[in-house]
Design a protein around this ligand. Structure first.
Ligand SMILES: NC(=O)c1ccc[n+]([C@@H]2O[C@H](COP(=O)([O-])OP(=O)(O)OC[C@H]3O[C@@H](n4cnc5c(N)ncnc54)[C@H](O)[C@@H]3O)[C@@H](O)[C@H]2O)c1
Length: 439
């Protein structure tokens, strides 16, 4: 049953270009997986846009279409890939070096992946200390570099005959910066580009170029990038969707699964100690304390918001929350994340929970890249602009309106996402009240 008030949604006709600044482990695993799905070699597991369903109406109605049959989404067949990297390796070479996918998957895709070659990057090693590659743009100013990125985008659009584009930052985590004066308004930011202000980082230049052209921008890493007032202002001006920061994949995903459960049962908590060993290039970059600081802030934020110590001082007033990432090459992309959780129950008796998640970082992140690309394109075709809080589901650091705390509970985030889709199609929102079944 619809309430007849769905939004006008432009059709997903023509091709969608996915722009990827940073073509390392995550980006190449994403590209390879999409091509593998197109060729019928593998399924896009973990992707809500490809495999998820959505319940509509009452539980007795038995209506649960696939998400992709419910809202008009870009088809995998219509996706084209473009991107930038500091290293000139094709997606095939980069994927091989990343070591996420084995030869049985990579070799059948070789021809396709060799055709995906990164354009020279906007890069400066002072913002990502552990990297230094040759495939880098030269420019007179940061404005000049932005113009070169815009030229790449325009050329890609023309050459591939694209209808629309989206951007997902899959580049390394840059050093920690808080928003300052140069980020406070669009005018200040544009002046900063002209003056090559040191607090304008490369990721911000890509974000600026995308948002200026109305290309939805999503950021897979924790660095500021598109999350400051100048970019929000630009997004509103150009009617562009922007979303949050830092893909929510391994340990933080587990945290946002478990913490709402402890809180639901009013179990107290003294501490949560999280440590990781990780041996890929991301791990190496995060070995630098300044890049790690960006990650740490992003990872630490979730517990505080979920547990709300200000409302539950007896339960969560004193928590020792520690997060560590250790670069350990033998593990490559196969991260091991340990959690020790000290909780307490009835009359204060202590208990412990240990989680040991042997995960694959890029395997968890790739479907998130796909869903963000596809949903942010949907948002654009629906005329939704500015911060897309309904995409919080995918992020460790969701972006929100000023003064609004982010929602980190993954189940609330999923409900928000699905209700947004129902809203777009004029379907009743599902509140789970359910009294009507007992009338
Ligand atoms: N995999 C996960 O589970 C996960 C989760 C959350 C966030 N992330 C973030 O996603 C990002 C990508 O992760 P990854 O494992 O693919 O890392 P990676 O090191 O394999 O790839 C990052 C790539 O970005 C390139 N790069 C760096 N700065 C660039 C710039 N200015 N312009 C263009 N390219 C640039 C690097 O050369 C590298 O090839 C990282 O920031 C990581 O922290 C990953």
């Amino acid at each position: 049953m619809t309430n007849g008030k769905g939004r006008d949604i432009k059709p997903a006709s023509g091709k969608l270009g996915v722009l990827l600044p940073g073509m390392g482990a995550v980006a190449t695993t994403f590209v390879a997986g999409v091509e593998a799905a197109r060729q019928g070699i593998a399924k896009p597991i973990g992707s809500l846009t490809q495999m998820g369903t959505i319940r509509l109406g009452k539980r007795t109605d038995n209506r649960s279409p696939l998400v992709k049959d419910f809202v008009p989404l870009a088809r995998l067949e219509d996706i084209e890939f473009g991107g930038w990297d500091v290293y000139p390796d094709s997606a095939y070479e980069a994927a091989k070096k990343a070591g996420v996918l084995d030869a049985s998957h990579l070799e059948p895709l070789r021809g396709f992946l060799e055709g995906v070659k990164p354009w020279p990057a906007v890069f400066d090693p002072q913002y990502v200390k552990k990297l230094n590659g040759p495939n880098v743009k030269k420019g007179k100013s940061k404005r000049d570099l932005a113009e070169q990125v815009s030229d790449d985008i325009a050329r890609f659009k023309k050459e591939r005959n694209l209808d629309r584009m989206v951007m997902v930052w899959c580049g390394s985590t840059e050093v920690y910066r808080q928003a300052g004066e140069v980020h406070s308004s669009l005018a200040a930011f544009e002046k900063g580009l002209d003056e090559s202000h040191p607090d304008i980082l490369p990721s911000m230049i890509y974000a600026y170029c995308a948002i200026k052209e109305g290309i939805p921008y999503n950021n897979g890493a924790p660095n500021l990038s598109g999350d400051f007032p100048a970019m929000v202002e630009l997004a509103k001006k150009t009617g562009t969707p922007i979303s949050g920061k830092d893909f929510k994949t391994g340990q933080t995903f587990m945290k946002t699964l478990l913490a709402p459960g402890f809180k639901a049962r009013l179990l107290g908590m003294n501490g949560w100690y999280s440590t990781n060993i990780l041996g890929n290039r991301d791990g190496e970059v995060l070995d630098d304390p300044e890049s790690f600081k960006s990650k740490e802030v992003s990872k630490l934020g979730v517990l505080e918001q979920i547990l709300q110590p200000q409302l539950y001082p007896d339960l969560y007033g004193k928590i020792h929350h520690v997060v560590r990432i250790n670069y350990y090459p033998p593990r490559g992309d196969n991260k091991e994340g340990w959690d020790n959780i000290d909780i307490f129950g009835w009359m204060g008796y202590p208990m412990q929970i240990k989680v040991d998640f042997l995960c694959r970082d890029s395997i968890l992140a790739a479907p998130i890249v796909l869903d963000l690309a596809i949903f942010s394109d949907l948002a654009s075709r629906c005329g939704m602009s500015g911060i897309q809080e309904w995409l919080s589901f995918y992020f460790k650091s969701p972006q929100t309106a000023p003064g609004l705390y982010p929602e980190h509970d993954v189940f609330i985030q999923l409900m928000k996402l699905k209700n947004t889709l129902r809203h777009l199609r004029g379907e009743e929102l599902i509140t789970h009240l359910g009294l009507e079944y007992y009338d």
